[in-house]
Design a protein around this ligand. Structure first.
Ligand code: GLU
Length: 511
């Protein structure tokens, strides 16, 4: 294997690099998240500003959690937002493949090299042993992590174990004293004690690399010059810096961006707010306004101008001026900005054209018309019947959930369980929505009509309407989840205690 050490420049000199190459490296394990678009935006903007390249790499080494649908969704969502890439799994580039699951041989030759250099070692510890170590460390209030048990196995012992087919992982050697220092482009020098850093597994027992290993090898081989990523990775960076050192490679420059926050300052999460790009698409936002809004997270245009295009951001951007205070992703503010785009950027004709594309697409209309034909007597009955498919449902109150049989708490439980159940559907289709909800109703010993009542109210705003299953299928998971959440809030929400109990009940039901 020839190592591509290329013309790497010491990380201190990256401001003078000949070619800037940045990347977004999503793991395809769920919905396309606005946080991914936010990091992609800053990477793409920085690359454009420096006449460099922006790369998309799919980090799918976690075979249990990665799936093709999520990969497709992420690619489509980033493209929809205008965040397309120069190199990636779907286009040519000199540094492919751009999907980690297709780079197996590269990782195995690289791990061999680390083993040869005694910077990585086979670990045969069983799960039970690791659990005991952890328990002991917890009890003695010691730092939690691998205790180095297999660090000094002899060559003979290792060969014997491997011949016997004992399961093993490969871990990296980590110094046990001193500190790791690395430069973060936004924070200056970061220091983390090696004692806090675990002997990270680099290759799992199934032979697949972990994130840390594959990520470093790929960033190097893909000539990534600047790693701009979320601050949740800071504590992993010592492992990465150490791997660069073991290989004898110059590390890229690291910039850890502040995480997006909910208005209450907690980390942005789909439990509290819509976070999927699909939600914003389905709710009828302009992709340019979301991009503009994400550009205001942690950075501001000179003169604090709030409405700006990607090109304007590129010409004014200065990565050193990203500020570290947790930026709040506030949907009300986004709504205000989106309104400006609709008012200021679209002619009446464009407005109507885009609105009808969004709401009355052929595909949607074909699903909706058969549902309403038998239920109306004149066209003026249509909007009152299915208006909720084109905009927010009529507003509801606690009383809307009054039911002869179900209490408010039971309604809340049905709603929460439905969210969890619906989130499990990988390919959103009417049949699957119906099956998953009906099997939930059965497990709860409820008649379909009773079970569906709180969903009717949440989704359509009324106790009676077209089939709520059809409505769920047409609206999609993201809009439905947001409506169900709002209804739960109207009902006073589940207390922490009730939610915990319900999680337990759901787990037992799903077994
Ligand atoms: N695959 C990682 C993620 O999903 C990439 C982190 C990084 O940019 O290094 O966020």
């Amino acid at each position: 294997m020839k190592y591509n050490t290329g013309n790497r420049i010491n990380s201190k000199d990256v401001d003078n690099m000949s070619q800037v190459r940045t990347r977004i490296a999503p793991s395809p394990t769920g919905d396309p998240h606005v946080g991914t678009a936010y990091i992609a935006l800053f990477n793409k903007c920085f690359a454009r500003q420096n006449k460099g390249k922006f790369i998309l790499r799919i980090e799918d080494t976690d075979q249990d959690r990665s799936n093709k649908k999520s990969e497709r969704d992420i690619l489509n969502a980033l493209a929809w937002m205008g965040l397309d890439w120069d190199e990636g799994p779907d286009r040519d580039g000199a540094f492919g493949p751009y999907r980690q699951s297709e780079r197996g041989e590269i990782y195995s030759s690289h791990i061999d090299l680390l083993i040869e250099r005694k910077k990585a070692f086979h670990c045969f510890c069983t799960r039970e042993r690791l659990a005991e170590v952890r328990e002991r460390q917890l009890k003695n209030k010691e730092p939690i992590g691998y205790d180095g048990h297999c660090l000094n196995l002899s060559e003979e012992e290792i060969s014997k174990n491997l011949e016997q087919g004992l399961q093993s992982v490969i871990r990296m050697v980590v110094p046990d004293e001193g500190e790791c220092r690395f430069e973060d482009g936004l924070r200056g020098e970061v220091r983390i004690n090696w004692a806090q850093i675990d002997m990270q597994v680099l290759v799992k027992s199934d032979g697949l690399p972990t994130y840390h290993f594959a990520n470093v090898v790929d960033d190097h081989l893909m000539n990534i010059s600047h790693v701009i990523r979320g601050e949740e990775w800071i504590n992993s960076t010592p492992k990465h810096v150490l791997l660069y050192e073991y290989f004898g490679w110059e590390p890229p420059m690291f910039f850890h961006m502040p995480l997006l926050r909910n208005p209450d300052k907690s980390k942005l999460s789909k439990r509290k707010n819509p976070t999927s790009i699909h939600y914003f698409r389905d709710a009828g936002y302009q992709p340019q306004s979301i991009l503009n809004y994400l550009g205001m997270m942690g950075w501001s245009m000179p003169g604090s101008r709030e409405k700006f295009s990607f090109e304007e951001m590129v010409s004014e951007f200065n990565i050193r001026r990203v500020s570290l205070g947790g930026p709040v992703f506030d949907i009300e503010k986004l709504d205000w900005l989106n309104g400006r785009y609709l008012r200021e950027d679209l002619s009446d004709h464009e407005f109507w054209e885009q609105f009808t594309d969004w709401s009355f697409s052929q595909n949607r209309i074909e699903k909706i018309v058969p549902l309403l034909r038998d239920r109306v007597e004149k066209f003026s009955d249509v909007i009152p019947l299915v208006g909720f498919l084109f905009g927010d449902p009529p507003s509801i109150s606690r009383e809307s959930f009054n039911h002869s049989f179900l209490s408010a708490t039971e309604c809340l439980e049905i709603l929460q369980l439905s969210i969890w159940e619906l989130e499990k559907i990988e390919d959103w289709q009417r049949g699957l929505v119906e099956n998953s909800l009906m099997s939930l109703a059965k497990k709860l010993n409820l008649k379909p009509k009773e079970f569906l009542f709180p969903l009717f109210v949440s989704i359509t705003g009324k106790p009676i309407s077209i089939s709520v299953i059809e409505a769920l299928a047409i609206l999609g998971l993201d809009l439905c989840r947001a409506r169900i959440r709002e209804s739960m809030a109207v009902l006073g929400g589940l207390s922490k205690k009730n939610e915990k109990a319900l999680t337990k009940k759901y787990r037992a039901m799903s077994e």
